[in-house]
Design a protein. Structure first.
Length: 278
């Protein structure tokens, strides 16, 4: 029995092949996304001669993606949505390939389907790596990042370091909106550390400013997102947490993607009162 995927492919194979086998056809669609153009302007926009531009535009017209109105080429509604779909698909594959060494060595089951579709939002992120001269470079950069946050401190954490506790207090004292989702194991580590400290009423009051959530299931992602920055790591396929890679980004799309991933997991967590554990 043929699957729905293959049935749909059989219906549109000719159009898909026409779109993907010609950079010029894609260029024409892309050039028209902001509005109609006469042939003279269109050929300059796609850097092609008039006969080639006209021929490829005719192909797109026959596919229902373009139309000519008053001597100008314009996208049809079908053409506009086709272009948006192509753009998202190409951004997805481009982003995966850009960070292939990262994705291919990590456990990625913590990314829900809707955010996989938007993986292209991370295309402007930077992949941080360790090297032989500094094996702790990614971890050190993350700690520096934690202590420089502004406005917001939202995090998913399946990892514990004493440095993270210091960063938590520093960010709370700075007045950051703080929400942390911790696995049960990491919550236990945090509580154990806090019990060794001299918790004055002032310190307890500071801690109460943080929203803490317990995540009962295993977590394969470590993520921190502020107002305009994010830092993302994933557990390795061998289930270790060696910080040899990390994604850092400060562009709006990447930050939004990270925020939505945080919210996805926060909504599946249980909010707790930390003072009940102390």
């Amino acid at each position: 029995m043929t699957s729905e995927l293959l049935k749909n492919y059989d219906k549109v194979e000719k159009d898909i092949r026409q779109l993907y086998d010609s950079r010029l056809r894609l260029s024409i669609l892309d050039a028209l996304k902001d509005g109609p153009m006469p042939l003279s302007d269109l050929r300059r926009a796609v850097d092609a001669n008039a006969p080639n531009t006209s021929a490829k535009a005719k192909d797109l017209e026959e596919m229902g993606l373009l139309e000519r109105v008053g001597g100008q080429y314009k996208l049809t509604p079908y053409g506009l949505h086709t272009l948006n779909g192509l753009s998202d698909s190409l951004a997805f594959h481009s982003t995966y390939n850009k960070f292939k060494d990262f994705w291919s060595t990590r456990r990625l089951d913590s990314i829900p389907k809707e955010l996989w579709r938007r993986l292209g939002d991370l295309r402007d992120a930077t992949l941080l790596k360790t090297d032989n001269t500094n094996v702790s470079a990614v971890h050190d950069r993350f700690v520096e990042f934690l202590n420089s946050l502004e406005g917001r401190f939202y995090g998913l954490s399946p990892i514990y370091h004493d440095e993270y506790v210091s960063a938590l207090f520093n960010n709370l004292r700075k007045g950051l909106d703080t929400k942390l989702v911790l696995t049960s194991d990491i919550l236990g580590e945090l509580v154990g550390k806090l019990k060794t400290m001299d918790l004055s009423p002032e310190i307890l009051g500071t801690l109460q400013k943080a929203e803490i959530y317990e995540y009962a299931n295993p977590m394969t992602i470590a993520l921190t997102v502020s107002v305009d920055e994010t830092f993302i790591g994933f557990q390795k396929k061998d289930r270790s947490w060696i910080a040899d890679f990390g994604l850092y980004a400060e562009d709006a799309k990447s930050v939004r993607w990270a925020y939505d991933l945080f919210e996805y997991h926060r909504s599946r967590s249980k909010k707790i009162n930390l003072s009940d554990y102390l």
